[in-house]
Design a protein around this ligand. Sequence first.
Ligand SMILES: [Zn+2]
Length: 183
Amino acid sequence: MSILKVARIAHPVLRSPARAVPKAAFRDRLFQKLIDDMRETMYEYDGVGLAAPQVHEGLRLAVIEVPASDERARAEVPFMVLANPKVTPLGDERENGWEGCLSVPDLRGVVPRWKRLKLDALDREGKPYTLEAQDFFARVVQHECDHLDGNVYLDRMQGMRTLTFLEEFEDHVRQEKESAGDD
Ligand SMILES: [Zn+2]
């Protein structure tokens, strides 16, 4: 397995709509290796998700894994592959939360997202599955699926006033949150 180079914003691959994963790809050894490499790359950079355009592959493909140790998560999400995913919001409730992105290094910002959604996608064998996600899991799904349409979380922010460097986040924002008893 290899650690892949992560594209950063301004690279055109992050701003172009990705193409659907063709049926034949699921039997392709190189496609399976791409998934393994994306998994490895996500672990290397402590991400909870990674989309193919972030590693210079314009494919509708993403991986997600949220460890139980992640303080933002209320529940662990085991490693999963999302090929040709489709997101349908459930209800009209939205929630604000902090997001960062390996393609926008060292920054975080508050982004409104659907609280609950239905995800239809294919797994790494090309088998269709459907699941419901909520809270942080739903947020990660929306973040990764945005990448497949050439969007990044900055586009979804309601303004830039919460945009924060990670170091300042640790020094200022987290402390405020802790003293406010917020999660
Ligand atoms: Zn991202």
